[in-house]
Design a protein around this ligand. Structure first.
Ligand SMILES: C[S@@+](CC[C@H](N)C(=O)[O-])C[C@H]1O[C@@H](n2cnc3c(N)ncnc32)[C@H](O)[C@@H]1O
Length: 306
């Protein structure tokens, strides 16, 4: 795992834990109930995997069957979980995207001339990285290998997918020594666009890997992040999440899943259940639209992978 990433994830986790948790109760009880249902329904004879296990704030580890493994690249996640839940479970610390080492290498190549080490001008470096990014095709090989070897019956994806793009952005910013993005919203930002496309490729192959696992899947993720104060409510269920957001004033909304509709990747070959969304007031000017969905593959598919 890249050293810069190691530090970055530790810092992000710490920032997450020391945030003011006022207003988080409803989110925490809903997410714990959802993940708890996945753990309760898991076949105790088969391995269970919890991706993005973090410090276990959202994960009811007391319900986890004996053969449950946590997975989180933050080097402190297992210790945080042990302190919170008094359980010392098997753990994997690998990058789930499989693409961050290549992203770091490409960014370093763009930021400084490899032959002299001389730093390039900011704009030139951003243009160079925007040009390099389309050639990167992240492969979650560590996750694939683990699944092939262990054949998990259930996989929980505990609020990690929305982090893939954010972590990639932070990594690029750290290596540039500041945010290299174009700030004027009227102007195109080729680097931001190329990184968004990288995130979309990363999420697509990650979700395909999960589907191919034949495991029952319980996914919770940030569907959108709303940066603005003012009243915001959630309307009745709509397939298109943006139509559910109801506000009096204009909203600044970002899509951490880079335009991907998760449910679209789970049509056919199984049953999609438990689709739900709610608002999570993360901070004074930041509310997340959280989405949950569970997927149960057809029995034929599941027995083939055993
Ligand atoms: C919002 S937190 C999840 C919180 C967690 N579910 C809990 O109950 O505490 C996202 C987690 O994803 C991890 N993460 C982010 N990107 C990752 C990656 N590429 N590979 C593995 N873990 C990653 C972070 O270290 C962090 O712990």
């Amino acid at each position: 795992m890249p050293k810069a990433l190691d530090r970055l994830l530790r810092r992000e986790q710490f920032a997450f834990l020391v945030r003011n948790h006022a207003g988080w109760d409803e989110h925490l009880s809903r997410v714990r109930a959802f993940l708890g249902e996945g753990l309760r329904g898991a076949d105790p004879a088969r391995p269970v995997l919890i991706l993005g296990a973090g410090s276990g704030l959202e994960v009811p580890w007391e319900l986890a069957p004996p053969r449950t493994t946590g997975w989180d690249a933050d080097p402190w996640s297992r210790v945080w979980t042990a302190l919170r839940h008094h359980q010392w479970r098997p753990w994997v610390f690998e990058d789930l995207t499989g693409g961050l080492a290549d992203l770091e290498a490409a960014t370093r190549r763009a930021v400084a001339e490899p032959w002299s080490g001389r730093r390039r001008d900011y704009r030139a470096a951003a243009g160079r990285l925007a040009g390099l990014l389309p050639s990167l095709h992240p492969e979650p090989s560590a996750l694939r290998a683990w699944i092939a070897e262990q054949q998990p019956g259930t996989i929980l994806v505990a609020n990690v997918m929305g982090q893939f793009g954010v972590v990639a952005e932070r990594l690029v910013e750290a290596l540039f020594g500041g945010p290299p993005w174009v700030l004027d919203p009227e102007q195109r930002d080729p680097l931001a666009e190329a990184l968004e496309a990288w995130t979309r490729r990363t999420l697509t192959v990650f979700l395909e890997t999960l589907r191919e696992s034949g495991a029952d899947l319980w996914l919770v993720h940030d569907r959108a992040v709303v940066f603005s104060g003012g009243r915001l409510t959630l309307g009745p269920w709509e397939e298109a999440w943006a139509r559910q957001l109801q506000a009096e004033s204009e909203l600044e909304v970002s899509d951490p899943l880079a335009g991907l509709e998760v449910a679209d990747l789970f049509r056919g070959g199984g049953k999609l259940s438990h689709q739900a969304r709610w608002l999570w007031p993360v901070g004074p000017q930041q509310r997340h639209l959280v989405e949950t969905l569970a997927f149960h593959p057809d029995v034929v598919r599941r027995t083939r992978s055993v």
